[in-house]
Design a binder for this molecule. Structure first.
Ligand SMILES: C[S@@+](CC[C@H](N)C(=O)[O-])C[C@H]1O[C@@H](n2cnc3c(N)ncnc32)[C@H](O)[C@@H]1O
Length: 281
């Protein structure tokens, strides 16, 4: 939220994103955090907290969301008629696009508890979008195709764009592979996902992660489980006969969205990348 007031970055964050995220945070009981993040005199404290935990993580989020939004728009323009956001959390993409593309079906799949908080926020905003479907499922246990079939007739003409942003690192390697295989069954389609690379010691992580964050992830029962190097990912996707369209790193995204100059001290965190691949059957 606080990056919105940064002249160099604010333009990448839409009014809708801010509106939805404010409501999501309030409904999740994080109203106080929101007030701190938006208070002009307390913003410095939030910046400091970011710097000592995961420096550059907020800019990284802004850039990767911009990137995924751009691919979603391109995919719709190319004929995708279903956008499936896996582990959607409080991401506002479907809500931002559903009115502009009434013919497209948007689907969000997430853990029941997270999704309930999001749906409560939408109810408070008086929103019940006709072409956004919410599926509560644990993707570590429920196969993707089964989750997608929940409450819906299968439609042979569906061309999907799957987005798994900030999700796959919480799954085991075999679960990631299963998810890809299931998505492949629904070809022709496309997937975009973010992934962590293994760092020194072999564990997937951000490059500058602090021990504080590692400890917090461990405590909250959400340690990163899966990671892959960019080279191994490319090989693996080629073996699955997927066409890698792009693997984006933050330096590339900074160049693309903010101009070549790095924006002062706002350097995004490294270690997580975004991949887009066409799933060819
Ligand atoms: C780090 S958040 C990312 C949220 C959103 N995609 C974004 O990037 O803004 C991870 C999300 O994945 C969801 N998630 C994690 N493991 C999951 C699982 N096994 N099944 C379904 N959702 C899961 C969490 O509930 C949460 O919403």
């Amino acid at each position: 939220m606080y990056l919105r007031s940064d002249a160099r970055i604010g333009g990448l964050i839409s009014d809708d994103t801010v509106r939805y995220c404010r409501q999501f945070l309030r409904s999740a009981g994080c109203g106080r955090l929101l007030r701190v993040a938006e208070h002009p005199r307390l913003r410095g404290a939030v910046r400091l907290l970011e710097r000592i935990t995961l420096p550059g993580i907020m800019l990284h989020y802004v850039l990767r969301k911009r990137f995924l939004r751009e691919w979603a728009l391109a995919s719709i323009a190319e004929g995708c008629n279903q956008i499936v956001v896996l582990g959607a959390g409080f991401d506002p993409l479907c809500l931002e696009l559903h009115r502009r593309f009434p013919e497209v079906q948007f689907v969000e799949i997430d853990h029941p508890a997270t999704q309930a908080a999001k749906r409560a926020a939408l109810a408070e905003l008086g929103l019940n979008p006709r072409n956004v479907r919410f599926v509560a499922a644990d993707l570590a246990r429920t196969p993707l195709d089964q989750a997608l079939r929940t409450g819906m007739e299968r439609d042979g003409g569906t061309r999907s764009f799957y987005i798994a942003e900030g999700l796959l690192m919480y799954l085991e390697a075999h679960q990631v592979l299963d998810l890809l295989h299931r998505a492949l069954q629904s070809a022709p389609s496309r997937i975009a996902f973010t992934f962590l690379e293994p760092q020194a010691g072999g564990r997937p992580n951000f490059r500058n992660s602090s021990r504080l964050i590692d400890l917090w992830l461990k405590q909250s029962g959400e340690p990163f489980a899966w990671g892959v190097s960019r080279a191994d990912l490319r090989d693996g996707l080629n073996r699955l006969r997927c066409t890698v369209r792009e693997i984006a790193d933050d330096a590339g995204l900074v160049a693309r969205y903010l101009g070549v100059q790095r924006p002062g001290r706002l350097v995004p965190i490294e270690g997580e990348y975004a991949c887009v691949a066409d799933l060819n059957r």
